[in-house]
Design a protein around this ligand. Structure first.
Ligand SMILES: *[C@@H]1O[C@H](CO)[C@@H](O)[C@H](O)[C@H]1NC(C)=O
Ligand SMILES: *[C@@H]1O[C@H](CO)[C@@H](O)[C@H](O)[C@H]1NC(C)=O
Ligand SMILES: *[C@@H]1O[C@H](CO)[C@@H](O)[C@H](O)[C@H]1NC(C)=O
Ligand SMILES: *[C@@H]1O[C@H](CO)[C@@H](O)[C@H](O)[C@H]1NC(C)=O
Ligand SMILES: *[C@@H]1O[C@H](CO)[C@@H](O)[C@H](O)[C@H]1NC(C)=O
Ligand SMILES: *[C@@H]1O[C@H](CO)[C@@H](O)[C@H](O)[C@H]1NC(C)=O
Length: 444
């Protein structure tokens, strides 16, 4: 056999090997573009939560969604009794340095009969924050398999083998919706859900949220490419504004944690009907040179949009005035709301709820605004004939920097919101109710 014949034979063998390898490859799942998670609203707490599957037995857990949260934490006997694939992240490892900002380490943890999730020696550690109580828990971090479902085609399941999270103390479950075991963070950290999925599957650093209203069924969250948020081939995301970072990271906020992890947008003014409120512009921008106070963040862990006192008072004053001009009767306020009305004096339109003055959050240009109609600006309270302005005054006595406006869940319901970290853009649709749809009808 000549050397060249031999090399031809070897070459053919190689081709055969490669093609058999390729035919095997056909049975491995195609590269996913995005993943879908359901979102439900808890009627009692107004919290939004999703369902995850974690551990060697793919234990199903409900976890509250925290848009500005750093990572996943939970406590669940169902999980810890079932999993065999939990691995603590040891101190001093490269992995440890990627997952935590500080050099936190739990050197020693004593438990009988021996190591268990949340209690192992020499474990990389960080603080987890309960965004409702402000309680922090310091605990070791570990990893386990997270099962996720892709959006397109057959909606296959994929597994992230080493998904980092904290198995925390039960006290971090205080005030969480009763069906939930913890909190999942979507924030600007290396170990939030979007960050981990995009690095595990090399998908775009982007996610979409569509949160449902009470009794409105499931909304959803899509991590990755969200280009099919379309109706009749037209993208529903009609407006974009820069997604801002708050660099004031020297101090944490007692209730929100680290502001650098949160998502901010540049609200420049607020309009009620056609009237622009006169507001303190200093409060509307982020005070980067000092502690990161001011500005507008987006928070799924606030049931209603909060505004610091001077901004809140200006909004209530103008809204009450504009409502009076529509012959809407003001009644005694019901806490925590600052303006309530007799619902019998309000006309209810078919699509966007009670016909009250619109409220616009105006951004970088006059033409870029997020408009709230009655369905997102008015909420019915216990007394059946009373509806209230669904915006509340921000707490003043929290430790650390104060964010002037926190856009809350009620204002996000039935809007498509897109957080594109790759291009630092926040995109949003107009109210889906105008398109005769809702978050639960859309894509569910
Ligand atoms: C987990 O195991 C412990 C100890 O065996 C047991 O007491 C507990 O009830 C179990 N929890 C669940 C949710 O199965
Ligand atoms: C941690 O190390 C100590 C001392 O070696 C040991 O007694 C203890 O059981 C260990 N804890 C765990 C959770 O393994
Ligand atoms: C949808 O839009 C794309 C890109 O603009 C175009 O190529 C395609 O033909 C359109 N499809 C329909 C059904 O209109
Ligand atoms: C907030 O997070 C940033 C980035 O992860 C970090 O550099 C900073 O030290 C943190 N700030 C505090 C007060 O923990
Ligand atoms: C505007 O807000 C800033 C920051 O809260 C405050 O220091 C300043 O006194 C306010 N200005 C007026 C005119 O109220
Ligand atoms: C409000 O009521 C007054 C007196 O009943 C009436 O003249 C006016 O047209 C009403 N305005 C609106 C906007 O309905």
């Amino acid at each position: 056999m000549s050397p060249s014949t031999r090399s031809i034979i070897l070459y053919s063998l190689l081709i055969m090997l490669l093609s058999s390898y390729n035919s095997n490859a056909q049975t491995t799942p195609p590269k996913p573009q995005s993943f879908i998670f359901p979102i439900k609203k808890d009627a009692k707490t107004n919290q939004y939560y999703t369902t995850i599957q974690i551990g060697s037995k793919a234990t199903t857990l409900d976890v509250v969604i925290d848009l500005g949260g750093k990572f996943l934490y939970f406590y669940s006997g169902d999980y810890s009794n079932a999993t065999s694939s939990y691995r603590p992240i040891p101190c001093g490892t490269r992995k440890c340095r990627t997952v935590v900002d500080t050099d936190g380490c739990v050197v020693f943890c004593n438990t009988s009969p021996g190591p268990a999730p949340g209690c192992t020696n020499n474990t990389c550690a960080d603080y987890a924050l309960n965004p409702f109580t402000g309680t922090q828990g310091y605990n070791g971090l570990g990893e386990d398999a997270l099962r996720v479902r892709s959006t397109r085609g057959s909606r296959r399941y994929y597994t992230v083998n080493n998904f980092p999270f904290q198995y925390s103390d039960p006290v971090l479950k205080d005030e969480l919706a009763s069906s939930t075991s913890g909190v999942i963070g979507l924030g600007r950290s290396k170990i939030s859900l979007p960050a981990q999925l995009s690095s595990a599957f090399k998908i775009r650093r982007k996610f979409g949220l569509c949160v449902p209203s009470s009794g409105g069924g499931n909304g959803n969250m899509i991590v990755g490419e969200t280009t099919y948020y379309k109706i009749s081939n037209k993208s529903l995301i009609s407006t974009t504004t820069p997604l801002l970072r708050n660099h004031g990271s020297k101090y944490n906020n007692g209730r929100l944690g680290n502001l650098t992890v949160e998502y901010f947008i540049g609200v420049r003014s607020i309009k009620v009907g056609s009237k622009t409120l006169s507001l303190n512009k200093t409060m509307l921008s982020i005070d980067e040179s000092n502690d990161g106070s001011g500005g507008t963040s987006i928070q799924t862990v606030r049931p209603y949009t909060t505004l610091q006192r001077p901004l809140y008072r200006a909004l209530v004053k103008e809204f009450v005035k504009a409502a009076r001009a529509k012959n809407i009767t003001r009644v005694k306020s019901v806490a925590p709301f600052g303006a309530c009305f007799d619902s019998k004096s309000v006309i209810v339109s078919s699509k966007t709820g009670p016909q009250v003055p619109t409220i616009d959050f105006v951004m970088q240009k006059k033409s870029v605004y997020w408009r709230f109609y009655g369905s997102n600006s008015m909420v019915r309270v216990a007394s059946k004939d009373v509806i209230c302005l669904a915006f509340v005054e921000g707490e003043i006595n929290i430790a650390g920097p104060t964010t002037s406006i926190e856009v809350g869940g009620y204002q996000m319901e039935n809007y498509l919101l897109e957080f594109d970290l790759a291009s630092s853009k926040f995109g949003f649709s107009s109210s889906l109710l105008l398109h005769d749809t809702t978050c639960s009808k859309f894509l569910s």
